[in-house]
Design a protein around this ligand. Structure first.
Ligand code: B12
Ligand code: SF4
Ligand code: SF4
Length: 238
């Protein structure tokens, strides 16, 4: 049974990687309310990443390249989770792809039923930084995320319940909208206790208007400034 699970993990991981995921993780989400997780016990988190120069380029203001990659990576994620869910269904299991169409938000709505970041920490991919972003050891926070919910008997990773931010306050100091309080996250701490989504949205809108004359809400200074992101930006290859 354990060997079967390990084989299914490896095949699913290979499929998601083939489709372009740079990280994929399997998490036990059975502790969340059934209606939140579509009745499924396992959450698969997939991550794709921005090119390094795109993130280096947003140190001052959001750029057209960042905007283009934001759209491109979102499309890629929808494709990966759609095909990933089909792969699991072909193998006899139920699977729900959390595409934008499925979890889509109206204007000015700041919450989804089951955020990708929750699946990500359950799947051991990373922790929630003071920035409220998912931070990974490999790529810092310069990843975009999506997820699949399934009943496939996959082996699950150890969840991440504690941050690795330590005493760092870079995102708090750098956020132009004062949206990042500096209080640390731990599993069970709600977003509102340390992060102000309304301030972030307003600031990101203002910055995108100024830089690109667009009504999108782009900024990402908290991605670029994070030492875990910077550590990856220093590595030789893209
Ligand atoms: C609404 C939204 C926004 C809103 C609100 C931001 C927010 N942090 O919620 C606004 C417009 C402000 C926004 C801004 C940005 N966003 Co945004 N946003 C979303 C969206 C669509 C929904 C998020 C949501 O439901 N939030 C509700 C709250 C409650 O959850 P949460 O903040 O996501 O995370 C909490 C839970 O995951 C919880 N949690 C974690 N583990 C566990 C475990 C258990 C057991 C429990 C109970 C809870 C729990 O802890 C977190 C903090 O409280 C997601 C995509 C998605 N469908 O998930 C993208 C998403 C969060 N955004 C993303 C990004 C990149 C951005 C921006 C950089 C865009 C920009 N401006 O350039 C900024 C960064 C803001 C920031 N510092 O967080 C990425 C984050 C990637 C990453 N590495 O973390 C996401 C995942 C989109 C994607 N497809 O990749 N965003
Ligand atoms: S996206 Fe910009 S405004 Fe929002 S938290 Fe990050 S740095 Fe602050
Ligand atoms: S900048 Fe520092 S405090 Fe903010 S998320 Fe990154 S490591 Fe954590």
């Amino acid at each position: 049974m354990r060997q079967q699970a390990a084989e299914l993990n490896a095949r699913t991981n290979a499929e998601l990687t083939r489709l372009g995921a740079v990280l994929a993780g399997f998490g036990d989400i059975s502790g969340l309310p059934p209606d939140v997780r579509g009745g499924m016990p396992v959450g698969i988190c997939v991550a794709v990443k921005y090119p390094k120069d795109v993130i280096r380029g947003i140190a001052e203001l959001p750029t057209a390249e960042y905007h283009a990659w934001y759209d491109r990576l979102n499309e890629q994620l929808d494709m990966i989770v759609t095909h990933g869910a089909e792969f699991l269904r072909r193998n006899g299991y139920s699977a729900i792809a959390q595409t934008r169409e499925r979890v889509g938000l109206g204007e000015m709505v700041n919450s989804t039923v089951l955020p990708h970041k929750t699946v990500a920490t359950r799947a051991g991919i990373g922790w929630i930084g003071k920035s409220a972003l998912l931070v990974t050891e490999q790529y810092g926070s310069m990843v975009r995320l999506s997820s699949i919910l399934t009943d496939a008997p996959l082996g699950c990773a150890a969840p991440v319940d504690e941050p690795k931010c330590g005493g760092c306050m870079k995102c708090t100091d750098a956020c132009p909208g004062e949206a990042v309080s500096g209080r640390p996250w731990r599993a069970g701490v709600g977003r509102e206790e340390f992060f102000d989504a309304a301030k972030c949205r307003k600031t990101a809108w203002e910055r995108t208007k100024r830089s690109l004359d667009s009504d999108a809400t782009l900024c990402g200074k908290c991605i670029e400034i994070c030492p875990w992101t910077r550590r990856y930006l220093m590595t030789p290859n893209d």
